[in-house]
Design a protein around this ligand. Structure first.
Ligand code: CA
Length: 711
């Protein structure tokens, strides 16, 4: 045994002993375990509606027959214009939501009267290490508290009555490489949360905290650390055999940024893990020889014992993930008959385009089917579920660009699906969108920004109308009603654009879903017939929920398009988006007739760049620098989706000194500069790099102007 390992083992022993001794007292009043396990009629107590995360409501006052009478009961405009991803919770007549920047708000669920508001004051510069906007997906309720995880990595307990902080605990290993956007889950007195960051330098994990004190009870890492420091468990030692090189230097990835499902029947916690880091495996040599190159436990579903965090099983959906096919999408648990036998199953539709059915207790693969077009495999082994990877998709080995389907946005991402035990169908908000992958041969890790090893400049959208139109036409979305037993679609509703809202299924034979074009819709659950639609005036990504108060059923949804699709995909988001972001909460009931105020006329912005006076060489270098450091927020090919500034319009383009003051000196750093998250990039960029970016932006703006584009 090497000294490092001996030391680590010696250090780990008292910790392990200590963690098994932590006495956690479950809640005996307020929201209890019995309420979470059995549900409370008319309430929506946890992110996924119930512990199985089915997002199915037995409420049946609103039905396929009367949904045409649904109207706006109340609405609230929110104090942010960033993406809204949260599902509201309702308990004891009070609705709890989160909005962008991890703010929490409580309303009277019948009237919309504000009960309290809480702002964790997340530093705005946190945005530079958040891949996907300042979003948050919701709170959890337990005992008399509300739990929220903040973008900068805190888990905070608030008093349900007053919104006052009860405790606050930093849960991330450091506040440089990790962010949190997911909703915590609670069971048996433990609050579960992971983090994002697999595009930065994060080592994935899920951790459990005592609901009463915030004290950490256990932590399960999803990827092994440096072997020289010793392994925390056998699971980590086994996982290390599937990695090569010095993977730990970049953290390894595998972050638990969304799905966490507690299963009372087995007392297991199932969660999904993100991509290995960096995307391009050639950049740090993280893949070993064949048979030792899975990079466990990335892009997998993992199950651990709920009380101790000990490994139970894993099922890897995407081995050697180099496409950002995170397995983080929601995990739904139910019982259903498969091949003539009743099984306790986990249903999963991750970014990679396959729909999986697994046994919850053992993780055994039961079946799979492809719910969206895919080209990264040549098929799946029907016994093991292991994919046969298309050799052409290994872009770092071919040295050629690879147009991957699904793309990095995923065939299905965090937008929640729902499962109706009445129809036996799963309602999936699906994306049909490709992504060009190309290895950056000269890539090296840097101190700030995205760490993917991808040559984003080489595959940026060209200033060519025909190419752009073809890409836009091929980029669509769909609501897919998937039969998990037959592994085929029962029906499909096509959408013009990808990145539509999560879904809600109800016993009224209804499926509710908002769309990217700004409508909130109801379909019949059995046939997919559109029965009702409300103009929300802004795109919807979040999932709706439903509840009942005083005998009246309500349906609520958060409105406000954004997230990674908006901030990173540039032209596709910019030209595909139908609406500006208006962040608001809409609540409907039968017979209501509320109206939204008319939309203000948006001022037309016209491209007006200074003439391009640089050299092609400098602009080309600038394209590379922009692609690596700027495009994740300001958009591919210098076209912003709508939330973050479109730099082709920047008033500073004509002034090299001012431009440098912002990018290098941090003149727009929050809070002094009044900026909204634009920190200094001095750690990574030199003045000549910044001048290259400026010249590239001027060139891009002039290209679009020459094409006749006005904005
Ligand atoms: Ca990812």
């Amino acid at each position: 045994m090497r000294l490092g390992i001996a030391l680590a083992v010696a250090l780990a022993l008292p910790l392990a002993a200590c963690s098994s001794k932590v006495e956690v007292t479950p809640a005996t009043e307020g929201v209890t375990d019995a309420m979470l396990v059995n549900g409370v009629e008319g309430e929506w107590l946890t992110y996924g509606g119930d512990y199985g995360e089915q997002r199915f409501s037995p409420l049946d006052q609103i039905t396929a027959d009367n949904v045409g009478e649904l109207g706006l009961a109340w609405s609230v405009d929110l104090d942010t214009a960033r993406g809204q991803e949260a599902t509201p919770l309702v308990h004891d007549g009070v609705m709890y939501i989160t909005t962008a920047w991890s703010k929490v708000k409580a309303y009277d669920a019948a009237t919309g009267a504000v009960k309290w508001e809480y702002d964790p004051e997340v530093p705005r510069e946190t945005l530079v290490r958040a891949c996907c906007d300042a979003v948050n997906r919701g709170v959890s309720l337990y005992g008399n508290n509300v739990f929220v995880a903040t973008l900068d990595g805190r888990l905070v307990a608030l008093d349900q009555q007053t919104g006052k902080e009860v405790w606050s605990q930093v849960t991330v290993p450091n506040q440089e490489d990790y962010t949190i956007t997911g909703a915590p889950r609670v069971a048996n007195g433990l609050v579960y949360i992971g983090s994002g960051g697999a595009e930065y330098k994060a080592r994935g994990y899920i951790a459990a905290f005592d609901h009463a004190t915030g004290k950490e009870v256990w932590r399960f890492h999803t990827v092994p650390g440096n072997p020289a420091d010793g392994f925390e468990s056998d699971a980590m030692e086994k996982a290390a055999e599937t990695w090569a090189g010095e993977w730990w230097e970049l953290g390894g990835g595998g972050t638990v940024w969304d799905s966490i499902t507690y299963d009372p029947k087995t007392n297991l916690v199932l969660f999904g893990t993100g991509n290995a880091e960096p995307w391009n495996p050639g950049a740090n040599g993280r893949l070993g020889k064949e048979g030792q190159d899975d990079n466990l436990y990335t892009s997998s579903i993992v199950a651990v014992h709920a009380d101790t965090g000990e490994y139970a099983w894993h099922f890897q959906e995407t081995p050697e993930d180099r496409w950002d096919y995170d397995s983080n999408a929601q995990i739904t648990i139910t019982d259903m008959e498969i091949d003539g036998e009743m099984r306790h199953v986990a249903l999963h539709a991750p970014k990679n385009g396959y729909f999986y059915v697994l046994d919850v207790e053992t993780g055994k693969f039961l079946n799979a089917g492809s719910f969206a077009m895919q080209n990264w495999t040549l098929g799946i082994d029907p016994e093991t579920g292991k994919p046969q990877i298309n050799p052409e998709a290994r872009y770092e080995q071919t040295g050629k660009p690879w147009i991957g389907l699904p793309g990095a946005g995923g065939a299905h991402s965090w937008q929640p699906m729902s499962y109706s035990p009445v129809t036996g169908l799963v309602y999936i908000p699906a994306n049909l969108a490709a992504f060009p992958y190309m290895a950056d041969e000269d890539w090296e890790a840097s101190d700030i920004g995205f760490q993917t090893g991808i040559d984003s400049a080489a595959v940026a959208m060209p200033a060519d109308e025909a190419v752009q139109k073809a890409a836009l036409d091929a980029t669509t979305g769909a609501l897919i009603a998937w039969d998990p037993v037959k592994q085929e679609a029962a029906w499909t509703v096509p959408y013009k654009a990808p990145w539509n809202g999560g879904t809600l299924a109800t016993a009224g034979n209804l499926v509710f879903q908002g769309d990217a074009e700004g409508n909130f819709n109801a379909y019949s659950a059995d046939a997919g017939k559109k029965l009702w639609s409300f103009p929300a005036q802004s795109g919807v990504m979040a999932a709706p929920m439903t509840y009942s108060i005083n005998g009246e059923q309500y349906v609520a949804v958060l409105v406000g398009w954004g997230g990674v699709w908006d901030v990173a995909t540039g032209i596709l988001a910019h030209k595909g988006r139908a609406t500006e972001n208006i962040s608001r909460l809409l609540v409907f009931k039968l017979g209501a007739s509320g109206k939204l105020a008319d939309l203000p006329a948006s001022a037309e912005r016209v491209l007006d760049p200074p003439p391009f006076t640089g050299t092609e060489e400098l602009a080309l270098t600038g394209a590379g620098t922009y692609g690596r450091y700027c495009s994740v927020c300001h958009g591919d090919a210098a076209v912003a989706g709508g939330l973050n500034p479109d730099l082709r319009h920047s008033a500073t383009l004509g002034d090299a000194d001012t431009f440098k003051m912002i990018v290098i000196d941090g003149a727009l750093s929050p809070p002094e500069g009044g900026g909204n998250g634009m920190v200094s990039f001095q750690k990574a960029l030199k003045p000549e790099d910044v001048e290259g970016i400026r010249q590239y932006l001027i060139k891009r703006a002039n290209e679009d102007l020459a094409l006749g584009s006005t904005k």
